[in-house]
Design a protein around this ligand. Structure first.
Ligand code: ZN
Length: 58
């Protein structure tokens, strides 16, 4: 199973998307992207939980 996430699904005007084999790997990619491009998003347990809810199995 491949995990996928799109920034636009979070309501961002951003074309970034990522896929990975595991949720952990995908969240690492998301964390790096947020730190680089979306500094306004504070990564805490609440925001991480809502990001995880956007992950799709493809
Ligand atoms: Zn983005």
């Amino acid at each position: 199973m491949t995990k996928s996430i799109k920034c636009s699904d979070a309501g961002k005007t951003c074309g970034w998307s990522a896929t990975a084999q595991t949720e952990e790997e995908l969240m690492n990619m998301v964390t790096e992207h947020v730190k680089e491009e979306h500094k306004e998003i504070e990564l805490n347990s609440g925001s991480i939980a809502s990001i995880k809810s956007l992950i799709k199995d493809i």
